[in-house]
Design a protein around this ligand. Structure first.
Ligand code: ADP
Ligand code: MG
Length: 238
């Protein structure tokens, strides 16, 4: 079942067209990875899907419903950023519960969700700590936890591991894969790391200067790159 559909989506900043007509259909539960060089429009595309940036042209729909003008909070999407953007003065628990409290969810339900997310991410012993008392990897888990408690249909990750050291990157990547296997939500994940893309993706979407250059399974893209750009980017022997 298609959950997210982009039709000729465009984005202009002033006179500059940074997304130049992207068509993409994403299936419910799919893990899609956007790759491409710095400045090709990965974050802009993600921010438009999330509702953090208005769309200049084309159509975005979720579950068959046009979402172009729908507020971010109404899209059933949660986004995890590269910089964890945790509230420094709040405990880990509060960082995860705060958004739900703002949405006036019942306390018992909030508590259930926070504890379940903490369990999934193995951060239960850290719930009373402040962000400054956490390692980078632990902070990133809290940021992911904050997305999980919202129970979104779609998770968006914008280079979530790029601030972590090599070992933690591998560990957190494995955890994200496990999270996807466990909860079955649709995930769209931006990275410029080929290994992350190859290991996480059901499908890789290669972007270049605001257009989709190629999309396909990691093996397809690796074995049959559409052109030298894709081959060079994905590291194919061509
Ligand atoms: P990526 O995430 O792939 O590195 P971005 O989506 O951040 O790329 O940026 C794509 C292009 O859009 C870049 O040329 C960037 O400079 C430009 N851009 C992004 N945000 C803005 C903005 N708010 N105003 C003007 N230009 C922007
Ligand atoms: Mg970016």
């Amino acid at each position: 079942m298609t959950t997210l559909s982009l039709t000729q989506v465009q984005k202009r900043f002033g006179a500059v067209e940074v997304i130049r007509g992207v068509d993409l259909s994403i299936t419910s539960g799919e893990f899609v990875v956007f790759v491409g060089p710095s400045g090709c429009g990965k974050s802009t595309l993600l921010r438009m899907i999330a509702g953090l940036e208005p769309i200049s042209g084309g159509e975005l729909s979720i579950g068959g419903v046009r979402m172009n003008d729908t507020a971010a909070s109404q899209r059933g999407i949660a986004m995890v950023f590269q910089s964890y953007a945790l509230y420094p003065h709040m405990s880990v628990y509060k960082n995860m519960s705060f958004g739900l409290e703002t949405a006036r969810m019942a306390k018992a339900e909030i508590d259930r969700r926070v504890r379940k997310a903490a369990e999934i991410l193995q951060i239960t012993p850290l719930l009373e700590r402040k962000p400054r008392q956490l390692s980078g990897g632990q902070r990133q888990r809290v940021a992911i936890g904050r997305a999980i408690v919202r129970d979104p249909k779609i998770f968006l990750f914008d280079e979530p591991l790029s601030n972590l050291d090599a070992e933690l990157r591998v560990q957190t990547r494995v955890e994200i894969a496990k999270l996807h296997a466990d909860i079955g939500a649709t995930m769209i994940y931006v990275t410029h790391d080929q290994v992350e893309a190859m290991t996480l993706a059901d499908r890789i979407v290669v972007l270049r200067a605001g257009i989709v250059e190629q999309h396909g399974t990691p093996l397809d893209i690796y074995n049959k790159p559409a052109n030298r750009f894709v081959a060079g980017f994905i590291g194919s022997p061509k």
